[in-house]
Write a protein that binds this ligand. Sequence first.
Ligand SMILES: [Zn+2]
Length: 65
Amino acid sequence: MTDKPNTPDAVHRYQCPACGHRMTYGHKRCGACNEEAPVYNLPNFWLGLYASTAVAAAAVIYALL
Ligand SMILES: [Zn+2]
C-alpha cells in the first residue's frame, strides 16, 4: 500500500488500467498517473446499471404475467 492512511473512509475498489494504482472509488482520474478512470470506478455507472437491470427485470416479469 502506497496510499496515505489519512482517508480511512476512502474506498479503493479498482486498479488503474494504465499503471495499476488502486484508484479512489468515485474519482474520475487516477491519483497516480492522472489517467481517466474507467467508468466502473464511478458510482453513477452502477446506479445506471442497477436501474436498467431493475427496469429489464420488471419488463420480464410484466411480460410473463
Ligand atoms: Zn494510473
